[in-house]
Design a protein around this ligand. Structure first.
Ligand code: FES
Length: 360
C-alpha cells in the first residue's frame, strides 16, 4: 500500500510543469521498488540470535583492540630511543587501533544489515522546517527506530557498542603523552629533561664552532663570501648519535649564516658585536609554527619561510616584513676564534621557534 502511494507521488512529480517551455515527451518511468526479500534473520530466530552474538563479539573485540593499543604503548616504550623499540611501539599500537576500528566498523555494519529493520521506502524532500505534526512524526519515527533497531532492548549489543566507542578514543588520547618529554634530567640522555628548559636552550655555547650541515665541517669566516648563505649546525652535534638526541638537538640549533656588506646591516647598539664583518647567523626555525626558513633572496636580503610565506629582513635583525610570524628570527651571536673559524659567543639569547606558554 505504501509502495503504491509512493509510486503515484513519483508519477505526479514527473509531469511536465506548464509554462516552463520544455516538452517532456518521454519521462523516465518510475521503476518502483524491487520486491522485498526477507533476510534469514527475519525468518529464523536462531539466525537472528547468531547475528546478535556476532555483533557484540565484534564490539568486544574492538574493546580488546583499544586496550591492547594502550598496553602496547606501555609495554614497548619509545623513551629508550632504540630503533627496535620505536618499531615495535608503532607496530603494536597500530595493530591495536586497527583492530579496534575495524571490528567496530564491521560490527556496526553487520548490526544494520542483519538485525535492524530493513523496510524500504522513498523519502521526499520537504520545506526545511516541518509542520508540528511532521516534527511529532519524526519523534515517533526515532522512537520506532529505537524499537526496531533494538538499541534500547538489546542491552548486550548496546552496552558493548558504548564500551567499544568510548574505548576507541583512549588510544588516541594516550598517544598525546608521547608529545611531552619526560621531566627529570637523565645524564645518559641529554635531550631528556625539563620540557620548558628544553625549549629555552639549544646546544650552542661559547666557543662552539659553526659547521656545515650535514657534514659537520667547521666554517672559516673567509669561506663565507659576500651574498652566500650556509646551513649551519654546531660542530659538536656530529658527535651525537640518534640515540643521544641528534635530531632533537639539531631541530633547535639549526642556523642560517649569511654575509652582507657591513654597511647594509642595521644593528642595535647592544648587538653590534653579534656579527662578524657583515656575517650574521639567525635561527632557521620559523617563529610561526617552526618550519625551516630555508630560502634566502640574495638581492633583497629577505629570508622566506615556504610554509606560510613569512618573510624576514636579514639587514634588520630578521624582523618580520610579511606573513603570519609574530617575532623576528632569534640571532646567534658569533665571533671568530684564533684560527679564523666562526664560533658562537653564547647560546641564543631567547628561545627559538614558535611561541609556547612558558616562553617568558
Ligand atoms: S611556519 Fe613559517 S610562516 Fe608558518
Amino acid at each position: 500500500m505504501a509502495h503504491d502511494d509512493d509510486s503515484q507521488a513519483l508519477d505526479r512529480a514527473y509531469q511536465p510543469s506548464p509554462g516552463l517551455g520544455v516538452a517532456v515527451s518521454d519521462p523516465v518511468q518510475n521503476p518502483g521498488l524491487p520486491p522485498h526479500r526477507e533476510r534469514m534473520t527475519d525468518k529464523d530466530p536462531r539466525a537472528e540470535k547468531n547475528a546478535a552474538r556476532t555483533v557484540y563479539s565484534l564490539f568486544y573485540l574492538s574493546l580488546a583492540g583499544s586496550i591492547w593499543a594502550v598496553a602496547a604503548y606501555m609495554l614497548f616504550p619509545i623513551e629508550s630511543g632504540a630503533l627496535i623499540d620505536i618499531r615495535n611501539n608503532n607496530l603494536f599500537i597500530g595493530l591495536g587501533i586497527a583492530l579496534a576500528l575495524l571490528a567496530l566498523g564491521i560490527g556496526a555494519i553487520h548490526w544494520s544489515k542483519a538485525l535492524m529493520s530493513d523496510k524500504e521506502f522513498i523519502e521526499y524532500r520537504h520545506p526545511t522546517r516541518g509542520k508540528d505534526s511532521t516534527r511529532e512524526a519524526a519523534i515517533a519515527a526515532f522512537a520506532a527506530a529505537n524499537e526496531e533497531s533494538g538499541f534500547g532492548r538489546r542491552s548486550m549489543i548496546r552496552n558493548s557498542l558504548i564500551a567499544a566507542v568510548v574505548a576507541s578514543i583512549i588510544p588516541g588520547v594516550t598517544l598525546f603523552r608521547g608529545l611531552a618529554p619526560h621531566s627529570g634530567a637523565n645524564p645518559e640522555h641529554p635531550h631528556v629533561g625539563d620540557p620548558v628548559a628544553l625549549l629555552k636552550h639549544t646546544m650552542w655555547d661559547k666557543g662552539m664552532r659553526l659547521a656545515r650541515d650535514p657534514d659537520g665541517t667547521p666554517i672559516r669566516a673567509a669561506d663565507v663570501t659576500l651574498g652566500s648563505a650556509f646551513h649551519v649546525i654546531p660542530e659538536e652535534l656530529a658527535e651525537l648519535s640518534h640515540h643521544d638526541g641528534y635530531l632533537e638537538e639539531k631541530a633547535k640549533a639549526i642556523v642560517l649564516l649569511m654575509r652582507l656588506r657591513p654597511e647594509q646591516l642595521i644593528e642595535a647598539d647592544d648587538r653590534k658585536d653579534w656579527s662578524y664583518d657583515g656575517i650574521v647567523a639567525y635561527s632557521k626555525v620559523c617563529t610561526h609554527v617552526g618550519c625551516p626558513v630555508a630560502l634566502y633572496e640574495q638581492q633583497t636580503h629577505h629570508l622566506l619561510c615556504p610554509c606560510h610565506q613569512s618573510q624576514f629582513d636579514v639587514t634588520d635583525h630578521a624582523k618580520v616584513i610579511f606573513g603570519p610570524a609574530a617575532r623576528p628570527l632569534p640571532q646567534l651571536p658569533i665571533m671568530v676564534d684564533d684560527e679564523g673559524y666562526l664560533v658562537a659567543r653564547s647560546d641564543f639569547k631567547e628561545p627559538v621557534g614558535p611561541s609556547f606558554w612558558e616562553r617568558h
